[in-house]
Design a protein around this ligand. Structure first.
Ligand code: DOR
Length: 440
């Protein structure tokens, strides 16, 4: 099966060029192939831009165990619609993904359910270093240095030291300091207003925990990715990367600030919490400066009924995977970034951070994971249109300019004209950690 995509503006590592692209057997065969190249399917992409498929390196798809919120099928449908061709999923499911056996079970489940490509982190506990050391088939180790949804938490210094000292897989962490949060809680007294969430999980909680994790990474010479950076305060810590540290920002920490609680309430209750407009601006600048390399969603669905409980019973987390690319394209129109930067942050950098060969770029021999976008398409996000099982978005009612119109996974169309091919199955993502990560 050969597909020829004609007249697209291709976003290549070297810049944007108008050219044709030939796909065969799931791979990019050639850019600007000879005229009259034979193909089974010819796509006229005049006026559209072709990007590598998005690699979202932080999603929570709740499968197994919490599948009333999301599952690997519905999460992957949302990915296909959003232009996300590969997701890396977090271990706070039920059971948790904290053993090699649980990791392999999740991979087997995804093979039967996921429309797009998949990978799964192995979660750290206070006592599972042998499992972390034995795991293969994974992007790396996820550590909750700060509790969030679920009961995964590694807070003791001795356990953290062991993880950084005795494992070799790249690690990433949720960084919010438990002791700081506890002290804030004592000071705040009764919690009954979601605005308090940003005082409970404040700037200090993020700073102290990120500092602790980066010190461990430096001390043990261990590759480490800071998930969902939310404050300007953490940026100097991350800037001192010593070829080991990379970092991620999420759309909600770029686009929402504490003033939005009045409008959106518990819907934007997240861990790490939403911070200030000054933090939004600092995170954008850090992306443009290369201090933060990756954009991912932390897609963390809960049902609207769960979110409607009074704070603090309401759970933290929001869904975003099907709108993240459109949110970024819309931000591009406002002058926050360029299309090439979006591709760098959402496609190329995550592939490099997690050692994924042959993804994240449009180049000969690379996997044909692709997304065609219409930069001028205007569409309003509507809860009723969402494919995530949670069926809502904090951006409900917001018109965005720039949308994915067609998505290919390994050369197969999985999304087109508003419809996902729910029968398609993606592939297990392969990680080659000998590549050495983003800085190598
Ligand atoms: O608010 C959050 N919710 N932050 C996370 O990092 C995890 C998450 C979840 O799993 O619900």
């Amino acid at each position: 099966m050969r597909t020829l995509i004609q007249h697209a503006d291709l976003v290549l590592p070297s810049g944007i060029v108008r050219a044709d692209l030939l796909i065969e057997s799931g791979k990019i065969l050639g850019i600007d192939p000879p005229r009259n190249s034979a193909a089974d399917d010819v796509v006229d992409a005049t006026g559209l831009h072709l990007l590598p498929g998005v690699i979202d390196d932080q999603v929570h798809f709740r499968d197994p165990g919490l599948t009333h919120k999301e599952d690997l099928h519905t999460g992957s449908l949302a990915c296909a619609k959003g232009g996300v061709t590969t997701f890396l999923e977090m271990p706070n499911t039920k059971p948790t993904t904290t053993s090699v056996e649980a990791l392999h079970e999740k991979l087997a489940l995804a093979a039967t359910k996921s429309v797009v490509n998949y990978g799964f982190y192995i979660g750290a506990t206070e006592s599972n270093v042998p499992e972390l050391a034995a795991a293969k088939r994974t992007p790396g180790i996820k550590i909750f240095i700060g509790s969030s949804t679920g009961d995964l938490l590694v807070d003791s210094q001795a356990a953290l030291e062991r993880i950084f000292a005795e494992t070799t897989l790249p690690a990433c962490a949720h960084c919010e300091d438990e002791a700081t949060i506890a002290a804030n809680k004592a000071r705040l007294g009764t919690l009954n207003d979601v605005r308090q969430h940003s005082q409970l999980r404040d700037h200090k909680a993020a700073y102290v925990s990120t500092k602790r994790a980066i010190e461990l990474a430096h001390r043990y010479n261990h590759r480490f990715h800071v998930l969902h950076v939310s404050t300007a305060d953490e940026l100097p810590l991350i800037r001192d990367h010593r070829n080991l540290i990379t970092a991620e920002a999420c759309p909600h920490h770029l686009l929402f600030h504490v003033g939005d609680y009045d409008r959106l309430g518990n819907l934007i209750q997240m861990n790490p919490s939403i911070k200030t407009a000054a933090d939004n601006a600092a995170l954008w600048q850090a992306l443009r400066d290369g201090v933060i390399q990756v954009i991912a969603t932390d897609h963390a669905p809960h049902t609207l009924e769960e979110k409607a409980q009074p704070y603090p019973q309401s759970p933290s987390g929001l869904p975003a995977v099907e709108n993240s690319l459109a949110l970024m394209l819309d931000a591009m129109h406002r002058g926050e970034c360029t299309l090439e930067q979006i591709v760098s942050w959402m496609c190329d950098a995550p592939a490099r951070v997690w050692d994924i060969a042959n993804k994240g770029r449009i180049a000969e021999g690379y996997d044909a994971d692709l997304v065609l976008v219409d930069l001028n398409k205007k569409q309003t996000v509507r809860n009723a249109d969402q494919l995530t099982k949670s069926r809502w978005s904090p951006w409900d009612g917001v018109e965005l300019t720039g949308w994915p119109v067609r998505t290919w996974v390994m050369g197969k169309t999985v999304y087109q004209d508003g419809r996902v091919d729910a029968a398609h199955r993606g592939h297990e993502t392969l990680f080659d950690h000998s590549r050495g990560g983003f800085w190598s």
